[in-house]
Design a protein around this ligand. Structure first.
Ligand code: GLC
Length: 479
C-alpha cells in the first residue's frame, strides 16, 4: 500500500504537541509492514530548513495558483532507512518550501488559514513531481482539512484513484475563516459552500470530516464522546451524520525512543526488573529541584500544555490543598499566562513540596517521568493523551479523569485484585480529583501493591503495532 501522511508537524522535525509525536511514530510503524511505501509531507519551517543536522535533498519547484495568487512551491526530501528490513521499507519525508508562508515556526498566526490552504493544495500539486501516487492521503487535523476538498474540486482527472482518510486529533481547533475565504483563498466555486462552511464560517475541520472517505479519531471513547455537544465544540451533529465512516483507534508511543533502560536523559537507567534505580532518579531529581529528599511521600508530576481542556481549573481550585496533602509535586509546561503565574506563585509559597518549571523541555520531561511515582492528568476532555502512556512506560502510575483516551488506556486499579493501571475519577470536579490523589497516597503506602502496578504498567504493550494494523484495515476498506 502506498500511503502519504499530510500534517502540520512531525517529530523530530517539528513538534508542538502530541500530533508531532504521532506523526513521528505511526508512519514509521506502517513503513515496517511488508509491501508498504510510506511518506510524510509537512511544511518546510525555518527550523527544519536551517537545521544542519537534517540532511535534505532538493526535488523540484513550481508555481501554483491559490485563488488569484500564483505561489512558489519547492519540494525537499529526507529519507530514513529502516534497519534490518528490505530497502523498500524506508520512510520518506517531504518538505513544502515557501518562505512567505513557512519562514517562521508552527502556527498561531493571523494568516494560518491561508498558510495551510496553500500547504494542502501544494501537497496535491506536488504529487506528479514526486513520482509517487499514493493510494491513500492520510490527513491530520484542520491544517489538512482542505485536502479532500481540493482533491475533489481540482484533481479528480489527474488523481482519480486517490482516497483520503482524515484524523481528528483534537476537535477544539477547527480552522475557521470568513466566508469570503471560499473564493479569496480556496478559489473554489459556490457549489462547495455547503461542505466547507459551518455556522456561517468556513471551517477546515468540518470540511475534512464531510469530504474525506474515512474518518478516524485517536481513541474509541473519544469517537463516541464526539457525538455529544459537551465534547464536540459545535460539531456533534456533523460527527453523528458521518458516524457510518468513523473509527476510533488509540495512539501508541515509540517505545524505542521512550525506553527507561536506554534513555540518555535519565541519570540512572532502569527497567521493571530494576526499580531501586528508579528511586535513585527520584532522589537525584528532588535534590536538583530543591525538594526535601525523601522516599516517604510520593512524587507527583504534571507534564502538560497549560490549557483549560487539560483540567487546570480543577487544579487551580484545590492547588493549596494538593500542596499540603502529603505529596511532592513537580509541574512542567507552558501555556495560558494565568496558569503559568498560578504555578509560579504556588511553588514560591511551598518550596519544599512544589516545584514549577514553566518551559518546554523534552530532556527535563523525561527526567521527571524517570523519577515520578504518579502523573496527575485530570483532563476535561482528552482525545487520546500521550503523557499517560509515556508515564506508564517509565513506571509512573497515572491519576486521570475518565474521559477519551484516558478511559481506553488507564483501567482503574482494583486494590482487591491488583488489576488496573491507574487511579481514576469520573466527574469533572476538583474534590473528586483531590480524593483520587488521596487514594494515590494510600496506594503508595501499600508498597507491594504499588510495585505490582508499577511493573504491570512498564510491561503494558504501548507501541504502535496493534493500532497500525487497525489503520491498515481502515485503508483496505476504501481501496
Ligand atoms: C492532541 C490531543 C491528544 C492526542 C494528540 C495526538 O494533542 O489533545 O489527546 O494524544 O493530539 O493524537
Amino acid at each position: 500500500m502506498k500511503l502519504l501522511f499530510a500534517c502540520a508537524e512531525a517529530a523530530p522535525f517539528a513538534k508542538s504537541g502530541g500530533l508531532g509525536d504521532v506523526m513521528g511514530a505511526l508512519p514509521l510503524a506502517l513503513s515496517k509492514i511488508k509491501d508498504n511505501t510510506v511518506s510524510v509531507i509537512l511544511p518546510y519551517y525555518h527550523s527544519i530548513k536551517y537545521n544542519p543536522a537534517v540532511s535534505k535533498e532538493y526535488i523540484c519547484h513550481f508555481h501554483m495558483p491559490l485563488a488569484w495568487r500564483n505561489q512558489y512551491v519547492g519540494i525537499f526530501r529526507h529519507v530514513i532507512k529502516n534497519e534490518g528490513v528490505n530497502k523498500r521499507n524506508e520512510l520518506t519525508y517531504y518538505f513544502v518550501d515557501n518562505d512567505y508562508y513557512f519562514g517562521r515556526e508552527g502556527y498561531g498566526y493571523a494568516d494560518d488559514g491561508e498558510r495551510f490552504a496553500f500547504f494542502s493544495k501544494a501537497v496535491l500539486e506536488a504529487l506528479p513531481h514526486l513520482g509517487f501516487t499514493p493510494d491513500i492521503i492520510h490527513c491530520n487535523d484542520w491544517q489538512t482539512g482542505f485536502i479532500p476538498l481540493f482533491l475533489k474540486a481540482f484533481y479528480q482527472t489527474q488523481l482519480p484513484n486517490v482516497k483520503t482518510v482524515f484524523t481528528i486529533h483534537n476537535v477544539e481547533y477547527q480552522g475557521k475563516a470568513d466566508p469570503s475565504f471560499l473564493s479569496e483563498v480556496l478559489g473554489v466555486d459556490a457549489y462547495w459552500r455547503g461542505a466547507v462552511t459551518f455556522d456561517g464560517l468556513v471551517n477546515a475541520l468540518k470540511c475534512g470530516i464531510v469530504l474525506c472517505d474515512r474518518l478516524t479519531t485517536v481513541s474509541e471513547t473519544y469517537a463516541h464522546e464526539l457525538k455529544y455537544d459537551y465534547f464536540a465544540h459545535g460539531l456533534a451533529g456533523i460527527i453523528r451524520e458521518n458516524d457510518y465512516k468513523t473509527t476510533g483507534i488509540v495512539n501508541g508511543i515509540d517505545t524505542k525512543i521512550y525506553n527507561p533502560a536506554t534513555d540518555v536523559c535519565l541519570p540512572v537507567p532502569f527497567s521493571a526488573e530494576a526499580l531501586p534505580e528508579k528511586r535513585e532518579n527520584k532522589r537525584l531529581l528532588q535534590e536538583k529541584m530543591g525538594l526535601s529528599v525523601t522516599d516517604s511521600v510520593p512524587l507527583v508530576a504534571t507534564v502538560s500544555r497549560l490549557v483549560p481542556h487539560k483540567g487546570f481549573s480543577l487544579i487551580e481550585a484545590v492547588g493549596h490543598q494538593l500542596a499540603q496533602c502529603g505529596i511532592q509535586w513537580i509541574i512542567l509546561g507552558t501555556g495560558d499566562k494565568n496558569y503559568e503565574e498560578y504555578f509560579r506563585t504556588l511553588a514560591h509559597r511551598y518550596p519544599a513540596t512544589v516545584s514549577a518549571h514553566i518551559c518546554f523541555d523534552e530532556t527535563l520531561s523525561r527526567t521527571i517521568y524517570g523519577a515520578a511515582d504518579f502523573l496527575l492528568m485530570p483532563s476535561q476532555s482528552e482525545p487520546c493523551g500521550l503523557s499517560q502512556l509515556i508515564a506508564m512506560r517509565y513506571g509512573v502510575i497515572p491519576i486521570v479523569r475518565e474521559t477519551g483516551g484516558l478511559v481506553d488506556t488507564v483501567p482503574p486499579v482494583n486494590p482487591e485484585t491488583g488489576e488496573g493501571r491507574g487511579i481514576t475519577f469520573k466527574t469533572f470536579n476538583a474534590h473528586d480529583m483531590l480524593h483520587a490523589v488521596e487514594r494515590a497516597i494510600e496506594l503508595y503506602n501499600n508498597a507491594p501493591l504499588f510495585e505490582t502496578i508499577q511493573k504491570a504498567n512498564m510491561h503494558t504493550r504501548l507501541d504502535w503495532r496493534e493500532s497500525a494494523k487497525k489503520y491498515m484495515t481502515v485503508y483496505r476498506s476504501i481501496l
